[in-house]
Write a protein that binds this ligand. Structure first.
Ligand SMILES: C[S@@+](CC[C@H](N)C(=O)[O-])C[C@H]1O[C@@H](n2cnc3c(N)ncnc32)[C@H](O)[C@@H]1O
Length: 291
């Protein structure tokens, strides 16, 4: 494989990609029975592959995870699914990753792949327009940002297509970091408003987190952070449920380095047809329960 290798993640990266790969395999199996034009859209495609970033005990413990092992990234996971998607759209903001994705595309000459360098928000809005006007188009969209890069308007555009199944790695920990020790919001908190499409998250940020599971009554910092991450996740899940007409998976997977809950991997279905969303949610919930 000639594509560039990025360094990030570890165990949690593998788990996230396993969830995605299982969903893609089930999706193409179900959808290929019909005459749909199937799109796989990767808004934060990376370079194609990664190795674990060192520096975290759990992620780098060789008994748990071999740090030298290449993790095949989301684009490769999607390209190797059978039967294949009809269209692949890969987006990344970095020129080096785009060059690597183009080399990867050359390795799959029989696939229809377009690689875009740019901001996922801009490219995805264009793709949503294309998908919306094509009656038979259906898509799985994967959003795998490092932080709060996805604007709420982009999520609204995806929901409005009524044709997208969305897997989104929601950066809940980045939300927590927007409040100073003194309980004041940082100027960069505006970015969280943009990500959530509301400033309602601020109420959670300054409320006392529910740490009632702490039997000894000692408010441990880690416990508090976890409680907060769960609260933000539930909040964000409700935000998605308010615009995705097919609904949102009950569960999400908490992911992050070591035992940190930095991200929540969530699933939402834009398709309002009962047959479509029941199938999508049944598969997604099963994968989220068992992976
Ligand atoms: C976590 S990595 C993606 C990993 C990839 N999904 C995989 O499985 O290998 C996030 C990627 O998003 C890219 N990125 C950051 N900001 C972006 C933006 N606004 N639009 C598109 N890509 C962006 C980075 O260059 C990086 O490659």
């Amino acid at each position: 494989m000639s594509s560039e290798v990025q360094k990030f993640g570890g165990l949690h990266t593998k788990r996230k990609l396993d969830v995605l790969a299982k969903y893609l395999a089930a999706y193409v199996t179900v959808m290929k029975k019909r005459e749909f034009e199937l799109f796989y859209v990767d808004g934060f495609a990376g370079s194609g592959a990664s190795t674990a970033k060192s520096g975290n005990a759990e992620d780098t413990d060789p008994t748990l995870f071999d740090t030298d092992v290449l993790i095949e990234g989301s684009p490769i996971r999607a390209l190797t699914v059978t039967p294949p998607f009809d269209r692949y759209v890969f987006v990344d903001s970095k020129a080096k990753n785009v060059a690597s994705l183009n080399r990867l595309a050359d390795e799959f000459p029989d696939r229809r792949i377009s690689v875009h360098q740019g901001d996922a928000n801009v490219v995805l809005t264009d793709i949503c327009r294309e998908i919306s006007v094509k009656r038979m188009a259906r898509a799985v969209v994967f959003l795998d940002p490092y932080g709060r890069s996805v604007n709420w308007q982009t999520i609204e555009a995806l929901a409005a297509t009524k044709k997208v199944d969305l897997w989104y790695l929601v950066p809940v920990h980045a939300i927590s970091r927007q409040v100073s020790e003194k309980g004041e919001f940082l100027p960069s908190a505006d970015m969280t408003d943009a990500m959530c499409g509301t400033d309602a998250w601020r109420k959670i940020a300054i409320s006392k987190p529910d740490v009632s599971n702490d039997l000894f009554g000692v408010i441990d910092d880690r416990l508090e952070k976890m409680a907060r991450a769960n609260e933000y996740s539930e909040f964000f899940k409700e935000r998605l449920a308010s615009i995705f007409q097919g609904g949102v998976a009950e569960r999400y997977i908490p992911l992050g380095r070591g035992r940190l809950h930095e991200f929540s991997l969530m699933f939402a279905c834009a398709n309002p047809s009962t047959a479509a969303f029941e199938t999508a949610l049944r598969i997604a919930n099963h994968i989220l329960r068992t992976t």
